[in-house]
Design a protein around this ligand. Structure first.
Ligand code: AMP
Ligand code: GLY
Length: 453
């Protein structure tokens, strides 16, 4: 794309399907001079961008130079790694406002200990029992005498792959102890800390919100499927797919539960402000509906991937205006509108993704046919082949296919139809958002609520 004078000059950091959806939303309603920084090539973003530079998303110095060179006047950060190294702080130092919190506030995601302690300090609802270990012997002693199951989580970032749950991922307490020891000794997640949390049982949902430091505007709820294999089996991944409903709720979430979740995010923001931290960006809450009410599983300081590809295509307001309001403290004046449609995302991934992904496997796409179905296609991490319609897998997810319809059933059927225009030896979770699966979820909720009465 050719750069033009007078258009907003926006820097977008990151090169996955989430960032492709962000870039697409930024360019949807007005001409934007988009500068993208991503360590990987992204064919979708390369098409949208006026400038595309392959720096690491944590290479603050190069990104700052790039932003100055292109006289960027707004930045949007896609991924947590850039928040963890304080890219928004560095951009603020040179006068570039950024959709993405400062490093201190981003600890709601980058340190699970900070997030849990913050909730405890401010008595925020939705808490869980948790313990912090840095010492292998105390961990062993604790788990051997435990009377119920726990979830084991590295304190730092692991791209969604570090959490392991007793009763799901381990055959015995010894297995859990061995994993905990590994996290502590090998400093998985970048620090030698481990959080051991009471194991919760229930359905999970995501609530994302725009935040300008004060006002919190929610997006439609999304359910993400983290497990690699059909039937929610296998290891946790970054997310294999997701869906949302036209009314912004989910089959197993009531309006009250959704409001409670939003209130928790509001209280988190208030807690950060009380402690002197500004938060301008996206706050993402992962919640679980349990038979004792909703619980906060984790927070992210950015859009979810895949959740961004569900909500951003539905955004009817101008996303550039929303971003300006986030950094300008004027979100309360934004008329935030989303189309009342259902969405279903299924990720095309390399064979054996989540276990031992096969790299360099060709995937051929008939893009015009996919688009003729109205199915949206967001590139994640693929390399381009010599042929224009062939892409090669990397070790990460490849392509997000997103169906939009009047019902989840319709959106799901569209994605399945689209897969007939994707050929190659790829893996996809066909079971995501199938009717039988959603009926089961709605039923579980009814049983849980009845038991609680
Ligand atoms: P997180 O990275 O904290 O979102 O955790 C990844 C996944 O691990 C979550 O989406 C849950 O499925 C599972 N998980 C995390 N914490 C717990 C918990 N306390 N109890 C049960 N499952 C959990
Ligand atoms: N979908 C989970 C995440 O973005 O971390």
């Amino acid at each position: 794309m050719v750069a033009k004078k007078g258009h907003p000059r926006i820097l977008l950091v990151g090169g996955g399907a989430r960032e492709h959806a962000i870039g697409e939303a930024l360019c949807r309603r007005q001409k934007v001079n988009l500068s993208v920084v991503s360590h990987n090539y992204n064919p979708g973003l390369a098409r949208l961008a006026c400038q595309f530079e392959r720096y690491k998303e944590t290479d603050v110095e190069s990104i700052i130079r790039f932003a100055q060179h292109h006289r960027v006047n707004l930045a949007v950060i896609g991924l947590e790694d850039s928040l963890d190294v304080g890219l928004p702080d560095a951009l603020a130092d040179i006068g570039i406002p950024t959709v993405g919190p400062c490093r201190d506030a981003a600890r709601v995601e980058t340190s699970k200990l900070f997030a849990r302690d913050l909730m405890r300090r401010h008595d925020i609802p939705g808490q869980v029992e948790y313990h912090h270990f840095t010492d292998v012997n105390s961990l062993r002693k604790f788990l051997l005498s435990a009377s119920h199951d726990y979830a084991l989580k590295p304190v730092g970032l692991t791209a969604g792959k570090g959490v392991k749950v007793m009763g799901e991922h381990f055959g015995s307490v010894e297995g859990a102890i061995a994993y905990g020891e590994k996290v502590i000794q090998e400093e998985i997640g970048g620090t030698s800390g481990l959080i051991v949390e009471e194991r919760l049982i229930g359905e999970e949902f995501t609530l994302q919100a725009f935040i300008d430091g004060e006002t919190v505007l929610p997006m439609p709820l999304v359910q993400d499927f983290k497990r690699a294999l059909e039937g929610d089996m296998g290891p946790n991944t970054g997310g294999m797919g997701s869906y949302s409903e036209p009314d912004g709720l989910l089959p197993f979430v009531t309006r009250k539960e959704s409001d409670d979740a939003l209130e928790i995010l509001r209280l988190v923001l208030l807690a950060l402000r009380t402690e002197g931290m500004r938060y301008e960006g996206i706050l993402y809450g992962q919640f679980m509906v349990t038979d004792r009410g909703i619980r906060l599983i984790e927070m992210n300081a950015r859009f979810g991937d895949p959740e961004a590809v569900n909500v951003l295509p539905l955004l009817e307001s101008d996303f550039v205006d929303v971003c300006r309001a986030i950094v300008g403290g004027t979100l309360r004046n934004i008329d935030l509108r989303f189309a009342r449609k259902a969405t279903v995302c299924k990720y095309v991934t390399p064979p054996d993704y989540g276990i031992e992904p096969k790299v360099g496997v060709p995937i051929k796409l008939d893009i015009p046919k996919i688009q003729s179905l109205g199915v949206r296609l967001f590139f994640a991490k693929v390399d381009q082949d010599q042929k224009e319609d062939v892409f090669l897998t990397t070790s990460s997810r490849s392509i997000a296919l997103v169906g939009i319809g009047d019902s989840v059933e319709e959106a799901e059927a569209l994605v399945e139809q689209a897969t007939s225009y994707v050929s190659g030896n790829y893996y996809i979770r066909h079971d995501i958002a199938k009717k039988e699966m959603l009926q089961r979820k709605a039923l579980r909720k009814e049983i849980a609520v009845a038991a609680y009465r």
